[in-house]
Design a protein around this ligand. Structure first.
Ligand code: LFR
Length: 493
């Protein structure tokens, strides 16, 4: 039968890509059409995303797709990282470059918010873990800072919605990305207007929420002409990258367990309903929304940001290392020499990463890692320790102890980390697919197009189409000892 092609624009905090998913009726074959770096820029008012440069790279990818596939291409969907947004004026223009979520303008905004609405009340309304960069705190900083843009804004478009708007001319607010704002109520399944009002945020910005898989239209005439497409549809997908990644986890378990591994490690369970309790508040678990209103009950763990930032630091000193090289060096380094708490706040901002890691080790009275191999070994072991800690908390929320942990996304190529993860937790790690996010994006389009009739069917197709690699746990007592050491260090630091 005739192949159908679905195009995925997938923007991560580190890099972006345009992918084509060729579906022959039983399998998906993925092709990468364009891949590009995502490098934020520092301007006098702070850190921003270079979104127009990303947009040009997206158009380049679409041009290649038009040449390659023409009318066989059905639609395009866009997913990105969460929480960030552009404010839009009444003519549809963007009011300033979107801020990068790690920018410091949200400093102190958590306290400002809690003075208006108690922390616990915000959690009960939204079920979202508290992170300084959530849209709730970014927007509050604009209102409190007397930022002119927020007063002029007619619309707010989150990053995937912004790109879909530039492609189609249609504005939307899609449910999965909306759920990352911490202004969405997953029980009411709508914006929490109570919360929005109490915080003094402009209510008119928050519109009717669209489902993933909604057709927005076709490419704008200018975009069609530029790329060479005639009738390419633009469809909302699960616009939050993590939602798309988890949609493509090749699992048929009733409660899939996963890590979406990239800049962040998003570790959690997929549940049918949100869990918002005193315990989930204390444990700081989040309830983000996916396709069919499924819930990603998870925690953000610092992730390979630690390696990305270390690599960037070494590069600035004239030492260039590929990720594979660093993994090899880490593999040769001495085991369990030093551990860090990956989620220590000092690691959440950019810059000086190897030095910050050394400082942490010094302060906690451990051997100080010096070489890139020692530092990346320390990061990998520490991440595995942290995964095990979060896993133990997660398991208190389900009776069905999962025997398998799926690791998907770019970070699942880190084989050393996969093995450490299996050992530290005592489960089988199934690694892959690498492009889960792009695949989840494509599955939402296939659902919209009727090529598949359920997400379960989509997951079966993913499982049939892509290799996953199993990592069995090695039950060496050094891992149990290391976990004790880790607990002591993270409590003392
Ligand atoms: C991963 C991710 C996480 C979100 C973080 C910031 O790319 O989307 O889910 O917490 O980026 O938006």
């Amino acid at each position: 039968s005739q192949k159908k092609v679905y195009l995925a624009v997938d923007l991560g905090a580190g890099s972006g890509r345009v992918l084509a998913g060729e579906f022959d009726g039983s399998r998906i074959e993925l092709r990468e059409l364009n891949r590009f770096e995502n490098t934020p820029v520092e301007l006098p008012d702070g850190w921003h995303w270079n979104i127009t440069s990303l947009y040009q790279n997206i158009l380049e990818g679409l041009k290649i797709a038009a040449k390659e596939y023409g009318d066989a291409a059905v639609s395009v969907g866009v997913d990105t990282w969460g929480v960030d947004y552009a404010l839009i004026d009444k003519k549809g223009g963007m009011l300033g470059l979107p801020y990068q979520y790690r920018d410091s303008r949200t400093d102190e905004m958590m306290e400002t918010a809690y003075a208006k609405v108690p922390k616990k009340e915000i959690y009960e309304a939204t079920g979202i873990q508290f992170m300084f960069f959530n849209s709730i705190f970014q927007l509050l900083s604009e209102v409190e800072g007397g930022n002119g843009a927020i007063d002029q804004a007619e619309d707010i478009l989150f990053m995937p919605d912004l790109v879909a708007y530039w492609l189609s001319g249609e504005k939307s607010q899609e449910r999965s990305i909306v759920s990352t704002t911490q202004l969405y109520n997953p029980v009411k399944k709508d914006w929490d207007f109570d919360l929005i009002e109490k915080l003094g945020l402009p209510k008119h910005l928050f519109k009717k929420i669209k489902e993933p898989g909604t057709e927005l239209g076709t490419l704008r005439p200018n975009v069609a002409e530029l790329t060479g497409f005639k009738n390419l549809k633009v469809v909302t997908v699960a616009g939050h990258d993590t939602a798309s990644a988890v949609a493509a986890v090749p699992s048929d378990a009733p409660v899939p367990a996963y890590i979406s591994s990239g800049t962040w490690s998003l570790m959690g369970l997929e549940l049918p309903e949100p869990v918002i309790s005193d315990q989930s508040f204390d444990d700081a678990f989040t309830n983000e929304i996916g396709i069919n209103n499924s819930v990603r009950f998870l925690k953000n763990i610092c992730g390979l940001w630690l390696v990305q930032e270390s690599r960037r630091f070494w590069l600035s000193k004239g030492e260039k290392y590929e990720f594979g090289e660093l993994a090899a060096l880490a593999g040769e380094a001495e085991p369990f020499r030093s551990l860090i708490n990956p989620d220590d706040p000092r690691f959440s901002t950019a810059g000086r990463m190897p030095e910050k890691i050394q400082e942490f080790c010094r302060e906690t009275g451990q051997a100080v890692p010096e070489t890139p191999g020692e530092i990346v070994r320390c990061i990998n072991e520490s991440l595995a320790m942290r995964y095990a800690e979060v896993w133990d908390r997660l398991m208190t929320y389900t009776d069905q102890k999962p025997e398998v942990l799926h690791v998907v996304g770019g970070g699942c190529q880190d084989r050393l980390l996969n093995q450490f993860t299996a050992n530290a937790i005592g489960v089988t790690v199934k690694a892959g697919p690498v492009e889960a996010t792009g695949l989840g994006n494509i599955l939402a389009q296939m659902l919209a197009d009727g090529a598949i009739s359920s997400l379960a069917e989509g997951r079966e197709i993913v499982a049939a189409s892509f290799e996953v690699e199993d990592f069995e746990h090695v039950d060496d007592e050094v891992w149990a000892l290391a976990r004790e050491k880790f607990a002591a260090i993270t409590q003392s630091a």
